[in-house]
Write a protein that binds this ligand. Structure first.
Ligand code: ZN
Length: 75
């Protein structure tokens, strides 16, 4: 089963400039970007701040996995 089968259609599209509110605050005139992880291909569509978290999280995860492989030969 793919995420697209269960998730609501994403209301933001890459390149949109939008304003919206969340529990954390109000985002005003933010650009929606789309990025993907070069290692595993996972994709993210959202504002730049969350895209940065996606990149940082993936870098940290993949570095952890590679460290485990180098030290112990596996996960
Ligand atoms: Zn990844």
């Amino acid at each position: 089963m793919d995420w697209d089968d269960v998730a609501e259609p994403f209301i933001f599209v890459e390149g949109d400039i939008v304003s919206y509110a969340t529990n954390e605050g109000v985002y005003v005139s933010v650009e929606i970007v789309r990025i993907s992880c070069p290692y595993c291909g996972e994709r993210f569509i959202g504002n730049k701040a969350h895209a940065g978290q996606f990149i940082f999280g993936h870098s940290t995860y993949h570095e952890y996995i590679m460290d485990r492989v180098e030290k112990f030969g596996g996960i």
